[in-house]
Design a protein around this ligand. Structure first.
Ligand code: ZN
Length: 189
């Protein structure tokens, strides 16, 4: 395995091991719970105006918008993010992120995440799947999985990285942990 592959697999495995134990659908049962998590992860210190950075914000609940009391700018929770102007519900982004993390963490992204599969699963056109997948994968490739990764990866990372550990050893440790959890889940069925 090449160095670059190990680094990438370690990244995806770390994200995978931080996914909710019972899955994203259970952890985020509706759009409201996804939105709440999104806002918290995007603005940990409170909703902030993207234009003037003021924190004196009104929530226009009926229109799902925020308005800055200082400069009057109106903005949505997804404005300026990967999900900006997406026709897909935020929950679909969360669920797709889990699918992508699952596939990449075991090196099955090519066979699993086909255009036809994604089109059917998310009710989007075959042509839209390409852009959707590309956007989401590049977001999730960021450290910690970017904003979407921060939203869906709710569990603490275990095992934690050991200082001085080689990438190969880190990979082995993470893979072993995944194997342990997966076989435990199978035994419970
Ligand atoms: Zn403002």
């Amino acid at each position: 395995m090449q160095q670059i592959d190990v680094k990438s697999r370690v990244h995806w495995l770390e994200l995978r091991l931080c996914l909710p134990a019972d899955g994203v659908r259970e952890a985020f049962p509706n759009t409201a719970s996804c939105r709440e998590r999104w806002v918290l992860m995007r603005w940990p210190g409170g909703v902030t105006c993207p234009l003037c950075e003021a924190r004196d914000i009104t929530h226009l609940e009926s229109r799902q918008l925020y308005q800055c009391r200082t400069c009057r700018k109106q903005f949505s929770a997804t404005a300026g993010t990967v999900a900006h102007q997406s026709r897909l519900d935020l929950r679909a982004w969360f669920i797709a992120a889990e699918d992508i993390i699952h596939a990449y963490s075991i090196g099955q992204e090519t066979s699993r995440l086909t255009g036809h599969y994604l089109a059917q699963r998310y009710g989007i056109s075959y042509t839209a799947t390409h852009r959707f997948r590309k956007l989401l994968v590049s977001e999730l490739r960021q450290p910690g999985g970017g904003l979407v990764g921060a939203c869906v990866c709710i569990e603490p990372l275990s095992p934690i990285p050991v200082p001085g550990q080689s990438l190969e050893d880190r990979f082995d440790g993470l893979y072993h942990e995944l194997w342990k959890r997966t076989s435990r889940a199978w035994r419970l069925i």
